[in-house]
Design a protein around this ligand. Structure first.
Ligand code: TTP
Ligand code: MG
Length: 356
C-alpha cells in the first residue's frame, strides 16, 4: 500500500502577490489584466471568491461582481521562484515528487522514515515549513493513492489537511459525486446523470462490461476509481518518458482543417507544461496522436532535439491525418523525453570521490 501526499498551494498567485506587497493582505484580489482588456483571471484571493470571483473569469465580469476588486497583473517569474522554494522544502522529505503545475505536486512518501513514517505528520511538517519559511500556505491530502490524495487536498482548503486512511476508503468513496472523479468533465458527468449515476457508489453497482458499453475504453479506470482504487505510480520528472497534451472532442472533427484548428490551443497547453517541468533539454522527438471516430489510433513521430514549433506539429498532423482521412475524436501532441543532461547530485559526487 502506497502513502501519497498531494500538496496544493492556497490561491497561489494571489498569495505570492500578497507576500511581496503585504498591503494587499485581507483584500479582494484578482490576478489578471484590466477589465477593459479581454483578459481572464488566473486566480482570486479568498476574499474575492466570496463575491463569486473565480479563476478563468473575464476581468470585466469579476469587477462587476466585486467593484472593489484589486486587479494585479501576473508576475510569473515570482511564482516560479516560490514554486522552486516549495520544492526545496519537499525535497527534504522525498525525491519522489511529481509536479502537476507550479502550485501542485504528488509525493510518494511510502519509504520515508521521518516522523516514524507517518504521512500525516510529514504533510503537516511540510505545510508548517512552507508557512514559516515562505510565508505562504498550502493544503494537503494524504491517502493510499494519487486519485484520493488529490480529492483530499481540496477537502479542507485553505490551509487545511485531510487524511483518508486505507480503512476509510470504502465509506469515503461511496457518496462521492461522479464529478470528483479524475477525468470526468462536464460532458461525461451529464451522461452519467442521465444514466442515473450520481455517486461513485452508483457506478460500483455496474460491471466493467456494462461500463465499457457506456464509456468505452475508460471503463476499467472508472471501475477502479469508483472503488477508490488507483494504481498509477508517482512519476518523477526523471522517470518521465514523454510529455503530451490531448483533447477529446464532444463532436468528431470532420476535416483536416477542423483538426488543424485544434492545434494552437493544444500547443499553448503543451508549451506551458514543458516550461513548468523544465524539460526543454531532454527533448528527443515529437509526436502527434489521432484517435479516429472508431477509436482506432495512429501516431506520427519525428526526431527533434529542440522545442517543436506550431508549424512542426501542423506538418506532423497532416501526415497522420492523411493515413485515414476520416473523422477524428481526439488530437494529441507532445514530445519524447530522454534522460537529463548529467547534473551531478551529492550522491554522484561522493561516488566519484570513492572511485578516485
Ligand atoms: P489552483 O490550485 O487551481 O488555484 P489556486 O492555488 O489559486 O487556489 P486554491 O486555493 O483553490 O488552490 O491553481 C494554481 C495557480 O494556477 C493559480 O494560483 C493560478 C493558476 N491558474 C491559472 O492561471 N488559470 C486557471 O484557470 C487556474 C485554475 C489556475
Ligand atoms: Mg492551488
Amino acid at each position: 500500500m502506497r502513502k501519497i501526499i498531494h500538496i496544493d498551494m492556497d490561491c497561489f498567485y494571489a498569495a505570492v502577490e500578497v507576500k511581496f506587497n503585504p498591503e494587499l493582505k485581507g483584500k479582494p484580489l484578482g490576478i489578471g489584466g484590466p477589465p477593459n482588456s479581454r483578459s481572464v483571471l488566473c486566480t482570486a484571493s479568498y476574499e474575492a471568491r466570496k463575491f463569486g470571483v473565480r479563476a478563468a473569469m473575464p476581468s470585466s465580469q469579476a469587477v462587476r461582481l466585486c467593484p472593489q476588486l484589486i486587479l494585479v497583473p501576473p508576475h510569473f517569474d515570482l511564482y516560479k521562484n516560490e514554486s522552486r522554494k516549495v520544492r526545496e522544502i519537499i525535497e527534504r522529505f522525498t525525491n519522489k515528487i511529481e509536479p502537476l503545475s507550479l502550485d501542485e505536486a504528488y509525493l510518494d512518501v511510502t519509504e520515508c522514515e521521518q516522523f516514524g513514517g507517518s504521512a500525516t505528520l510529514i504533510a503537516q511538517e511540510i505545510r508548517r515549513l512552507i508557512q514559516v519559511e515562505l510565508n505562504l500556505t498550502a493544503s494537503a491530502g494524504v491517502a493510499p493513492n494519487k486519485f484520493l490524495a488529490k480529492i483530499a487536498s481540496d477537502w479542507k482548503k485553505p490551509n487545511g489537511q485531510f487524511v483518508i486512511r486505507p480503512q476509510d476508503v470504502a465509506s469515503f468513496i461511496k457518496d462521492l459525486p461522479v464529478e470528483k472523479i479524475f477525468g470526468v468533465g462536464k460532458v461525461t458527468a451529464q451522461k452519467m446523470h442521465e444514466l442515473g449515476l450520481r455517486t461513485c457508489g452508483d457506478i460500483q453497482k455496474h460491471t466493467v462490461f456494462q461500463l465499457h458499453h457506456w464509456f468505452g475504453s475508460r471503463a476499467q479506470e472508472l471501475f477502479d476509481f469508483s472503488r477508490g482504487e488507483d494504481h498509477r505510480p508517482v512519476i518523477t520528472e526523471w522517470e518521465r518518458k514523454s510529455l503530451t497534451v490531448e483533447e477529446t472532442f464532444s463532436k468528431d472533427l470532420q476535416t483536416f482543417e477542423d483538426c488543424r484548428k485544434a492545434v494552437p490551443g493544444l500547443y499553448e497547453d503543451f508549451i506551458g507544461r514543458l516550461e513548468k517541468g523544465e524539460y526543454q533539454d531532454r527533448i528527443r522527438g515529437m509526436v502527434v496522436k489521432l484517435k479516429f471516430f472508431d477509436f482506432k489510433q495512429t501516431t506520427h513521430e519525428e526526431v527533434i532535439h529542440a522545442i517543436p514549433s506550431l508549424e512542426d506539429f501542423e506538418r506532423l498532423l497532416e501526415k497522420a491525418w492523411y493515413r485515414r482521412a476520416e473523422p477524428v475524436r481526439l488530437v494529441g501532441l507532445g514530445v519524447r523525453l530522454g534522460s537529463h543532461k548529467k547534473v551531478p547530485s551529492q550522491e554522484d559526487s561522493s561516488q566519484l570521490r570513492f572511485a578516485i
